[in-house]
Design a protein around this ligand. Structure first.
Ligand code: SF4
Length: 62
């Protein structure tokens, strides 16, 4: 199971990020943070478009 912080880093650098539920943003000013957890491509804790590993490898290389 990937860690939450890592999923957030990946989503922020991911070209394929597709936000789940855009109507969801709160009106109380909480910033909506990108994460694979709220990406439409995450299915059963796996990135169905196989970008996760690719983006993660790119992050590691800085
Ligand atoms: S689930 Fe996949 S497509 Fe979505 S942000 Fe994460 S790596 Fe990118």
């Amino acid at each position: 199971m990937p860690n939450i912080e890592q999923m957030s880093h990946v989503a922020n650098s991911c070209d394929g990020y597709d936000s789940v539920g855009t109507g969801f943003q709160s009106s109380i000013g909480t910033p909506f943070s990108k994460s694979c957890e709220n990406c439409n491509h995450l299915k059963n804790n796996k990135c169905e478009v196989n970008l996760y590993d690719k983006v993660l490898a790119g992050l590691d290389q800085g």
